[in-house]
Ligand binder design. Structure first.
Ligand SMILES: Nc1ncnc2c1ncn2[C@@H]1O[C@H](COP(=O)(O)OP(=O)(O)OP(=O)(O)O)[C@@H](O)[C@H]1O
Length: 261
């Protein structure tokens, strides 16, 4: 089976600053300011062509950071990434530029993905139609509702027909009719044997769609395997975790983060 994604010991370090001043000082001064924070540590992950994989984990586990690394939006601090094919990431805030119109955003995103102006012109009307924003396409997208923005982001990402499609929480926005249409589009991707990654808090959606699940917990891989098995374990964990009070949850998180920070 051909591998579409190979991640070898990926780590990501962010810098946490107490004030904007500290951030600037860190940039201009030879001394180091701010605190190191490892959001991912030594993550190994592989996907084959045709895999449909869900990323789960409680808030702050590193799901979006890992998706962004696979999409090439965020560089890892350490480790090796091998991505075979073109990746498209759909996220609620997926790099659309608020001051540009819907049409200009389509052009910009497609240019960044390497399409020519002629190819973009040919795809444009299909994208606009799928996103259902015909009347608003020449308005700046800062005037769009969040549903409209996510429909546009979704439409661009699926119409460019990538080899690897990452959908980060984007299905939770938008109405029922659009969600049905999107799921049908993703079914089409699945049947074409493309690699798909879902980031979602909905276990039901994951069960319906994914073959494999990667469970992240505060920067580390807790489990990676067959969807039902990992989802059952994650579900049991959540049941226990949700019973903890605020203080206990914080203590759990701090203890886990201490292991890698
Ligand atoms: N640009 C950044 N600068 C500093 N810390 C960051 C940055 N982006 C993410 N983090 C931190 O990295 C950790 C992982 O964040 P990430 O968004 O990847 O988690 P997640 O699992 O996607 O969370 P959620 O389910 O809440 O979206 C969090 O503690 C977050 O605060």
């Amino acid at each position: 089976m051909k591998k579409s994604i190979e991640l070898n010991r990926i780590s990501k370090k962010y810098k946490l600053y107490n004030s904007p001043k500290e951030r600037i000082l860190d940039l201009i001064s030879p001394r180091s300011y701010g605190e190191d924070f490892w959001a991912l540590k030594n993550v190994n992950f592989e996907a084959n062509n045709g895999d449909v994989i869900g990323f789960v984990g409680i808030n702050g586990s590193g799901k979006s950071t890992l998706s962004n690394i696979i999409a090439g939006i965020v560089p890892p601090t350490e480790g090796e990434t091998k991505i075979n094919g073109q990746v498209s990431l759909i996220a609620v805030a997926s790099g659309l530029k608020p001051d540009l119109s819907g049409r200009d955003n389509i052009e910009l995103k497609c240019l960044m993905l390497g399409f020519s102006k002629k190819q973009i012109k040919a795809m444009e009307s299909e994208i606009i139609e799928f996103a259902e924003i015909e009347q608003f396409i020449d308005q700046p997208i800062k005037s769009y509702s969040s549903g409209m923005k996510s429909r546009l982001g979704f439409a661009i990402s699926v119409m460019v027909d990538p080899d690897i499609l990452i959908i980060d929480e984007a299905l939770s926005v938008g109405d029922k009719a659009f969600a049905t249409k999107s799921l049908a589009k993703m079914q089409e991707f699945k049947s074409k044997g493309k690699t798909m990654i879902f980031v979602s808090h909905s276990i039901a959606q994951m069960r319906e769609f994914c073959d494999k699940i990667l469970w992240l917990e505060f920067g580390r891989v807790k489990e990676y395997g067959e969807a039902n098995e990992v989802l059952n374990n994650y579900h049991s964990f959540l049941k226990t975790y949700k019973k903890l009070d605020k203080k206990e949850k914080k203590a759990y998180k701090l203890a886990k983060l201490k292991e890698i920070n």
